[in-house]
Design a protein around this ligand. Sequence first.
Ligand code: ZN
Length: 67
Amino acid sequence: MDCVFCKIASKHIKSAIVGETERLIAISDINPQAPTHILIIPKKHYSTLTAGRRSSTSTCTSWPAGP
Ligand SMILES: [Zn+2]
């Protein structure tokens, strides 16, 4: 699959990882639009936002609470 986000999530493309769970990876944006600009990417590929809707909801709510 030729998906840049899957390549980042699988670490085939090097990125500045700032956090990671079993299902998600958080990286610093390479072209930040704010002083802090982080992308949170699901490790599972979804072709659209509505694909696997239930799965993506549980994926997005799986990020651990902050300190
Ligand atoms: Zn993908």
